[in-house]
Design a protein around this ligand. Sequence first.
Ligand SMILES: CC(C)(COP(=O)(O)OP(=O)(O)OC[C@H]1O[C@@H](n2cnc3c(N)ncnc32)[C@H](O)[C@@H]1OP(=O)(O)O)[C@@H](O)C(=O)NCCC(=O)NCCSC(=O)CCS(=O)O
Ligand SMILES: Cc1cc2nc3c(=O)[nH]c(=O)nc-3n(C[C@H](O)[C@H](O)[C@H](O)COP(=O)(O)OP(=O)(O)OC[C@H]3O[C@@H](n4cnc5c(N)ncnc54)[C@H](O)[C@@H]3O)c2cc1C
Length: 410
Amino acid sequence: MTYGLSPEELALKAEADAFGRSVVSKRGVEIDQTREYPWDVVEAMRGQGFLGMTIPTEYGGQGRSFLDTVLVVEEIAKHCTVAARIVVETNMGALSTVMAYGTEKQKRLAAELVLSGDKPAICITEPDAGSDATSLSTRADKRGDGYVINGAKHWITGAGVSKLHLIFARVFDEDGVDQGIGGFLTVLGAKGLRVSNRETTMGLRGMPEGGLAFEDLEIPADMALVPPSGFRRGFADLMNAYNSQRVGAGTVAMGIASGAFELATEWVKTRRQFGRPIGEFQGLQWMLADMSMQLTASRLMLYAAARSRGPNGSPFPDPVLAAQAKIFASEAAFKVVNDALQLYGARGYSQDLPIERMLRDVRMFTIGGGTAQVLRTLVASKVLGWRLPQTRDGTWDDQRASRSAPAAAE
Ligand SMILES: CC(C)(COP(=O)(O)OP(=O)(O)OC[C@H]1O[C@@H](n2cnc3c(N)ncnc32)[C@H](O)[C@@H]1OP(=O)(O)O)[C@@H](O)C(=O)NCCC(=O)NCCSC(=O)CCS(=O)O
Ligand SMILES: Cc1cc2nc3c(=O)[nH]c(=O)nc-3n(C[C@H](O)[C@H](O)[C@H](O)COP(=O)(O)OP(=O)(O)OC[C@H]3O[C@@H](n4cnc5c(N)ncnc54)[C@H](O)[C@@H]3O)c2cc1C
């Protein structure tokens, strides 16, 4: 099935498939068991040209599309979730934000780091601001030409191994007036950037998820990433760019499930009970049919989201399609992998096979990247044409502004 892919896209997918089977597949289980970041696989993927594919050619990249990235991510995710997320975050998310909004200097910095094998860290979530990301309290105070950042983030993917960091912070001018939310670039090793902890996670065990402390972290003015509409709508612009990573995250989930489905399909042809392959039992055949349908639907939604562009000439995927694809693919993937494990019986529950690792890995994708619940609110907001503020008093900036405005003259 070619899903309407061009010959070049099919060739890229085939290349990633071959690379996944020959290079990545042997490391997936080890990376999980050792909890070590797979620098060897990073180097191999860098050599294959899978890191920084979307970087424009003028910055040393290949100028490939988000769909190209999706095609590669699926094939890698079949064998190793950590490696697949590295492909996502070296082609989407923080990187694509910088390549869209950044200055020449910022673009060259990001391109140089990623093309040398760095997976950027996107630093949004805080202990008291997860789904409610606009309540983030990390602050960037203007000081002369630059800024000073104080605050803390947690559950940051790549904490301690990522070099480039894109930090979401609330900006205050020299009078202490809130300017809105902006992005700030810094590099591991900067004075005032400290890795505070590493989570012991259920899955994706080779990828550090950690806390970051910002203690008078100085950011020169030329490392402030000012979104197109300025800081006042900075969060909106930064999240608009983040939609690319939501498509990538959904693709990792679909890829894990795709790999589990392939394994289970072969298993039911060989496992014999009652004198016959278990694949002859109609109930299991229907499970496979349902798994196949879920995967096809996920793939089509993710391809459509990757090809899409948001309103007003956005260079990023449409927010609604990105959210829909991520919700659907991440929820479908968990069921597909869980069913694949069921088809293996007890063997599926053993760490001798990759299925249980896949189930632990896939579980994160209805949470990371925006939870399935919060993304449904985004979709519902667009369906209804209503803003759906989640605070109890239902206020948001312009309502607060109107309430504080003087009463109109009688
Ligand atoms: C956006 C939310 C935090 C909702 O909170 P609010 O109700 O306070 O804010 P809103 O009014 O809904 O949005 C503010 C502003 O931003 C625009 N916006 C919001 N989301 C998007 C988007 N995805 N694309 C484009 N624009 C967006 C919105 O339209 C508003 O702009 P205007 O005022 O209309 O101009 C909440 O919905 C949310 O997204 N929470 C989840 C936070 C999240 O996704 N965190 C991910 C962290 S990184 C990570 O997890 C990595 C792991 S993964 O594997 O990649
Ligand atoms: C493996 C992993 C990697 C991650 N990597 C990164 C990263 O690199 N960078 C980064 O910034 N963050 C990262 N995150 C954090 C992730 O973005 C947050 O976990 C996510 O946004 C949810 O926030 P939270 O965990 O605080 O949950 P909470 O926001 O506390 O949500 C708890 C529950 O309440 C629900 N809920 C909350 N608000 C609402 C609402 N208004 N309506 C309905 N339900 C609601 C949620 O859906 C969830 O079920 C990562 C998380 C994981 C698990």
